[in-house]
Write a protein that binds this ligand. Structure first.
Ligand SMILES: Cc1cc2nc3c(=O)[nH]c(=O)nc-3n(C[C@H](O)[C@H](O)[C@H](O)COP(=O)(O)O)c2cc1C
Length: 356
């Protein structure tokens, strides 16, 4: 059986359908909507894994919302929405009525957790929420709901979370941008997909510095629904390197692999399911540029949705049901002896239009 034929959740291959079913299939096949339903809705197929992961994500989001953990994604999204309300021109006197109560609920939970745990690594996240909510109550007008929650906020013991200033601000814009256009072009042209690396281990400090740049990437509602899972243990790298299809011939010389893993628990609605791929990829691009500035090179490795490979990577990375691999990156110090592809890029006229 070909490995891209999904045998379905039970792992059993599908039997060939009887001829009447084939005739019905041909009939239905004429309508694009029904064709899609039949292919991807009724028969087990390639999208099942995604459906299951999306549902697992929504379930996890709801569980967190019911208070089993602090629902950080709800808090991040709503803090972001409050910031947008605060920076609006003109700013409305009353806003966020439909979500301020839920925001306060989660923030109160975060406060309790932060007070209980001195070493809470999420403290900056809660502090940002604190400062934005404080600003919101500072500037919004009077309304029964807001007044009640304002009082609740004032009564909360926010302890180490108070005293910060993480709220909308004016950027300091100098005369010149910190990186010139010419430097940006030079960096963009220097970055190429590098497949040949020196055998030396990759300096983790440099990789961490690059990840800090990746963390500055935009993401929908600032949720940052991804993790960079970094592997430099030679056995783990070897096991991972053979999984994507595009490493044939050079997988053996990869010293480090970074798996960008998206978390669908960030969403309560399937409409947002693509954001893990968009946000993960935007961050991955920043990461690749940052690596180049630090003397390291990388190559994106396509993660194909093939059930045999999905099973293996789920086991290797111990993925939760709502976690999906966005892509893998090989990383290393470039081997100056190794060639890179010329990779002619499209011209302006090929890739841009205005007003059409
Ligand atoms: C999503 C994605 C998946 C890719 N997968 C692979 C891969 O599996 N193997 C590989 O050798 N290169 C892979 N690449 C690298 C592309 O081949 C490369 O980006 C492209 O040819 C342009 O070359 P450049 O990156 O040097 O500009 C991938 C790139 C992207 C963006």
């Amino acid at each position: 059986m070909s490995e891209d034929v999904d045998p379905g959740p039970t792992g059993e291959a599908q039997a060939r359908p009887p001829s009447w079913l084939s005739r019905a299939y041909r009939l239905v096949n004429r309508n694009p909507t029904w064709r899609a339903k039949l292919r991807y809705g009724l028969l087990p197929g390639a999208f099942d894994r995604e459906h299951r992961a999306v549902l697992a994500g929504i379930k996890r989001y709801r569980e967190n919302e019911r208070g089993q953990q602090v629902n950080r994604y709800l808090l991040r999204r709503n803090t972001h929405r409050l910031e947008k309300g605060l920076l609006m021109r003109p700013r409305r006197d009353i806003f966020a009525l439909d979500y301020i109560e839920a925001t306060m609920e989660v923030f109160a939970q975060a406060t309790v957790r932060c007070l209980a745990d001195e070493s809470d690594t999420d403290r900056l996240e809660w502090q940002w929420a604190h400062d934005v909510i404080a600003e919101y109550f500072e500037v919004t007008g009077s309304h029964p709901l807001i007044d009640r929650l304002r009082k609740r906020f004032e009564d909360l013991d926010t302890g180490r979370l108070s005293g910060g200033d993480s709220k909308p601000y004016h950027r300091e814009l100098g005369d010149q941008p910190p990186v010139s256009y010419d430097q940006m072009v030079a960096l963009a042209k220097q970055r190429r997909s590098v497949r040949w690396y020196r055998s030396e281990p990759v300096d983790r400090n440099l990789v961490d510095q690059a990840i800090l740049v990746a963390a500055q990437a935009p993401s929908a509602c600032n949720r940052q629904p991804f993790l960079f899972r970094i592997f430099d243990d030679p056995n783990q790298v070897a096991a991972l390197a053979e999984l994507p299809m595009g490493t044939a011939g050079f997988g053996h010389n990869i010293p480090m692999i970074i798996a960008v893993v998206g978390r669908l628990r960030a969403y309560f609605n399937p409409r947002d399911r693509h954001l893990i791929y968009i946000d993960g990829s935007l961050a991955a691009m920043s990461l690749m540029f940052a690596l180049e500035t630090l003397g390291l090179s990388s190559c994106s490795l396509n993660w194909p949705d093939i059930w045999t490979r999905e099973k293996k990577i789920t086991r290797l990375l111990d993925l939760d049901p709502d976690e999906r691999v966005v892509l893998l990156l090989s990383v290393g110090t470039p081997d100056p002896e190794g060639l890179v592809a010329y990779s002619q890029k499209k011209t302006l006229d090929q890739i841009r239009t205005y007003n059409k």
